[in-house]
Write a protein that binds this ligand. Structure first.
Ligand SMILES: O=P(O)(O)OC[C@H]1O[C@H](OP(=O)(O)OP(=O)(O)O)[C@H](O)[C@@H]1O
Ligand SMILES: O=c1cc[nH]c(=O)[nH]1
Ligand SMILES: [Mg+2]
Length: 209
């Protein structure tokens, strides 16, 4: 069964407050999303495997640890997921990035896929699907199905804010996918927006409204 983790580190929670605030402008919003993504990546990668190697320090020989070469793939869901990519890449610069383009039809709230481009070896990678918002869950659910259809078998989902409806859908459809959040909010409104949420993540990141 999927685990759902709400990352309650004080720095994440503090920055999320400013991300939610309607008076935060595009520049600051983008910087904060980038910073929170990096902080979340720090927590998500807690279980990355290490191996011991021997090195020479200026003083002596030492047994010490390095990452054991586990391959990571970041999969932002366009557009809004793009806002989280650079923050994570600063911590995991060797990660490959695949893109899934989806938008949510404003009438039906159903996701429409318009683009997909993935690293060729996704079946050998641990994939982190990233999107600031998990609302009805339709977009993340479709993105994960698309990845599995193409051979992915090790997937985590990372979102800033989720509604209970989205979490339930992903848990039901993908019990193998752990979900990492900065906050689990109260509900969806009649337009499928998360309450209290942060509004439209893509518009706030790119200044399109
Ligand atoms: O869980 P859901 O109900 O599917 O909603 C969440 C999706 O909606 C937003 O994208 P949007 O459709 O606004 O596209 P955009 O990123 O291009 O703005 C958001 O970034 C998610 O991808
Ligand atoms: O609250 C929401 C729901 C879907 N997409 C967003 O950007 N915000
Ligand atoms: Mg949007």
């Amino acid at each position: 069964m999927a685990n759902v983790y709400v990352l309650d580190h004080p720095l994440i929670q503090h920055k999320l407050t400013y991300i939610r605030n309607k008076d935060t402008g595009t520049k600051e919003f983008r910087e904060l999303v980038d910073e929170v993504a990096a902080l979340m990546a720090f927590e998500i990668t807690r279980d990355m495997p290490l191996e011991e190697i021997e090195i020479e320090t200026p003083v002596t020989t030492a047994k010490t640890k390095i990452l054991s070469g586990k391959k990571i793939g970041l999969i932002p869901i366009l557009r809004a997921g793009l806002g989280m990519v650079d923050g994570i890449l600063r911590l995991i610069p060797a990660a490959k990035v695949g893109h899934v383009g989806l938008y949510r039809d404003p009438e039906t709230l159903k996701p429409v896929e318009y683009y997909i481009k993935l690293p060729s070896d996704i079946n050998e990678r641990e994939l982190i699907v990233i999107d600031p918002m998990l609302a009805t869950g339709g977009s993340a659910n479709d993105a994960i199905h698309s990845l599995k259809k193409r051979g992915a078998n090790n997937i985590k989902l990372m979102c800033l804010i989720a509604a209970p409806e989205g979490v339930e859908l992903v848990k039901k459809e993908h019990p193998d996918v752990d979900i990492y959040l900065a906050a689990l909010d109260e509900k969806l409104n009649d337009h499928g927006y998360i309450v209290p949420g942060l509004g439209d993540a893509g518009d706030r990141l790119f200044g399109t409204k």
